[in-house]
Structure formats: structure tokens, C-alpha cells
Design a protein around this ligand. Structure first.
Ligand SMILES: NC(=O)C1=CN([C@@H]2O[C@H](COP(=O)(O)OP(=O)(O)OC[C@H]3O[C@@H](n4cnc5c(N)ncnc54)[C@H](OP(=O)(O)O)[C@@H]3O)[C@@H](O)[C@H]2O)C=CC1
Ligand SMILES: O=C([O-])CC(=O)C(=O)O
Length: 264
């Protein structure tokens, strides 16, 4: 059995850890949060170590560490995880919009012989996006629709409350600005841009009152291929920002890594 540890004990970390038995071929060594009580509560359920520092989390020598905590955590721990000889699963793919961090992570992975796996998260189709990248992306757009409450408090809104009675365009622009303004909402766009190798993707974020799902629409034209991907995914009642399928995508990724058949 391979050994995994998890950074993040929030809405998504809880789904991931609670269903960890579904990741065939893997055993869970520990979970980490900033708040000791959060890590302890989840660890008690899972029968693994509770950690509040990376050093504690790595004490059990996992083969791989999953970040499911936030862009800040990905950037704070990613390089150290690779340096410690572990592979790294990135859920907060918004970190990839920081070209310097992405380059440092790539260099560290190459030097240490470790790998970085970007989880498909609330979307998917990375296989087709990688194919489009090779064919050469000519045109690509990305649009997410979320409930106004899931965007509330985002730095990009600068304190403005979005209307609760009509649809509004909360953001339109490039991916770096999108991630700066909506770091907990638009990881999916950064993952798309990185997978499609298409830095000029136009990102739109629409606030739609009454939505009970998050939606994501990717449109890519590359050579002879035109692909459209739509996702409608229920969000976590504890955190309306995050689609629950994100946590399941990590379980599927882990299972795939240990499976004799790999679906690309
Ligand atoms: N790629 C994708 O499609 C998606 C990616 N995401 C990413 O997943 C992240 C987690 O989502 P969600 O579970 O809903 O968020 P929550 O806010 O519910 O939970 C975040 C958890 O991470 C922990 N954490 C945050 N920063 C650190 C840190 N520096 N060191 C250690 N632990 C830390 C928190 O600790 P504490 O409990 O102490 O506060 C908490 O346990 C999001 O912030 C987003 O970046 C989300 C949805 C889709
Ligand atoms: O969960 C989602 O639907 C998307 C999301 O929050 C993100 O990409 O940060």
C-alpha cells in the first residue's frame, strides 16, 4: 500500500478523508490544519496522525501529500513536500497562475524525481485540454456561474455586495487577475489555462442568485478540434464556494495512480 497525507481539514478535506477507503491502494497517514482541534477531530475519525506543521505531517514518511487547503498552503508547502521526497497533489490550482512558483515547483520536481499531480477538481477533461495544447489552442474561453453568497467577501469585489435579485457579471479578464480577485472560486480556471497551455484564456465569473450548483463552461478551439465542456456540480453545504466533486476527484486520482489501467 502507498501512503498519503492530507493538508486541509475543511469542507473538502473532510469529504476526502471520510471516503479515503475508496482510494484503492492507499493508506492515510495523517491530516493537517492550522487549527489543532480541526486536525484532531478529522484524524480521530480516520485513525491517523493530526498535524499542525508540515514536519509533523511528514514524520510518517508518506509517499504523497495532497494539498486541499488553499492557494496559500499550496505555495507555502509545495516545494518542501517535493524536497522531502513525496509526490504532491495540487487541488488549489490557482497557485499555477503564479509563473514563478510554477517554475520553481517544476524545477524541484525534476531535480528530486518527484511528480506534481494537478487534481481535476470541480471540472475535468484535462486529457482533452492537454491534447488541445499539443495541437495548438487558437481560441479558448472559461465561464463559471456561482451563487452571490459563494463570492461574498472575495478581494476582487472590494467590499461590494453582489445583488441578490439578478444575475451579474462579477469578473471578466485574464486568469492571473481572476485568481488574485477570487482565490477561493476560480482554481478551475487556472487549472484549465495551465492544462491547455493557453495563458490568454478569457475568464468570466457570473453571480446568479438562487443557484444550487456551481457551473463551469470551457470552450476550446485547437486545430481540427472544437471542444466544449460543461460541469454542474453541487456545492458543499458547509462551504458554498466548493463543489463536492473536487474531493472525489482526488480519490479518483489516487486510485488511478495505483491502477493497472490508467484513463488519460
Ligand atoms: N481545483 C478545484 O476545482 C477546486 C479547488 N478548491 C480549493 O480547495 C481549497 C479548500 O476548499 P475547502 O475545503 O472548501 O476550504 P475550507 O475553507 O473549508 O478548508 C480549508 C482547510 O485548509 C486548512 N488550511 C488553510 N490554509 C492552511 C495552511 N496554510 N496550513 C495548513 N492548513 C491550512 C484550513 O485549516 P483550519 O481548519 O485550521 O482553518 C482548513 O482545514 C479552496 O481554498 C480552494 O483553493 C476548491 C474547490 C474547487
Ligand atoms: O468548486 C468549484 O466549483 C470551483 C471552485 O471553487 C474553485 O475553482 O476554486
Amino acid at each position: 500500500m502507498k501512503r498519503a497525507a492530507v493538508i486541509g481539514c475543511g469542507a473538502l478535506g473532510t469529504i476526502l478523508v471520510t471516503n479515503f477507503a475508496r482510494a484503492e491502494g492507499w493508506t492515510l497517514t495523517g491530516v493537517m490544519a492550522r487549527t489543532k482541534a480541526h486536525a484532531e477531530a478529522l484524524a480521530a475519525n480516520a485513525g491517523c496522525r493530526a498535524a499542525t506543521t508540515l514536519e509533523e505531517l511528514l514524520a510518517d514518511k508518506p509517499d504523497l501529500v495532497v494539498e486541499i487547503a488553499g492557494i496559500g498552503a499550496a505555495k507555502a508547502y509545495g516545494e518542501a513536500v517535493l524536497e522531502a521526497g513525496c509526490d504532491f497533489v495540487l487541488v488549489s490550482a490557482g497557485a499555477l497562475a503564479d509563473a514563478d512558483w510554477k517554475a520553481r515547483m517544476t524545477e524541484t520536481a525534476l531535480r528530486t524525481g518527484r511528480r506534481i499531480h494537478v487534481a481535476s477538481g470541480a471540472i475535468g477533461g484535462f486529457d482533452v485540454l492537454r491534447t488541445a495544447a499539443l495541437m495548438g489552442v487558437e481560441e479558448a474561453t472559461f465561464e463559471s456561474t456561482k451563487s452571490p453568497k459563494s463570492l461574498s467577501g472575495a478581494p476582487g469585489l472590494m467590499g461590494v455586495e453582489l445583488p441578490a435579485d439578478r444575475e451579474t457579471l462579477a469578473f471578466e479578464g485574464g486568469v492571473e487577475e481572476a485568481v488574485r480577485g477570487f482565490p477561493k472560486n476560480i482554481n478551475v480556471a487556472a487549472a484549465t489555462v495551465s492544462a491547455a497551455d493557453a495563458p490568454n484564456v478569457r475568464v468570466r465569473l457570473v453571480a446568479s442568485p438562487g443557484l444550487t450548483v456551481n457551473t463551469h463552461h470551457i470552450d476550446v478551439k485547437a486545430g481540427e478540434m472544437h471542444c466544449e465542456l460543461f460541469f454542474h456540480s453541487a456545492y458543499d453545504p458547509k462551504n458554498p464556494r466548493s463543489s463536492t466533486s473536487t474531493a472525489w476527484s482526488v480519490l479518483a486520482l489516487l486510485k488511478n495512480l495505483e491502477s493497472p489501467i490508467s484513463y488519460f
